[in-house]
Design a protein around this ligand. Structure first.
Ligand SMILES: [Zn+2]
Length: 92
């Protein structure tokens, strides 16, 4: 796994900050008014990191979607990637 420091999301270059998010009690954060997402640097499971990256990117793209929808879509996309063996599946 590579801790990428930037990514293009919805056509805009975003900063990706890896830092412990224990205080925030979150795996990831999408900043509402900044091209930035933060990912908990203590995470090690590739599937979970993939899901958090997708989740936070969806927040940046679809700011109006509620948490439940974002959660559902991120989980479904992660599942597709796992089934296609593009990311490791913990349950296997
Ligand atoms: Zn969220």
């Amino acid at each position: 796994m590579k801790r990428i420091r930037s990514a293009t999301i919805d056509g805009k270059r975003h900063r990706i900050v890896w830092r412990p998010l224990g205080k925030e009690k979150a795996h990831g954060l999408a900043w509402p008014d900044e091209c930035r997402i933060d990912i908990d640097s203590t995470l090690t499971d590739p599937a979970l990191i993939a899901e958090v990256l997708i989740h936070e990117a969806l927040h940046r793209i679809f700011g109006h979607l509620n948490e439940e929808r974002i959660d559902q879509i991120a989980s479904e996309i992660t599942n597709i990637l796992q089934r296609a063996a593009l990311i490791a599946d913990d349950e296997e």
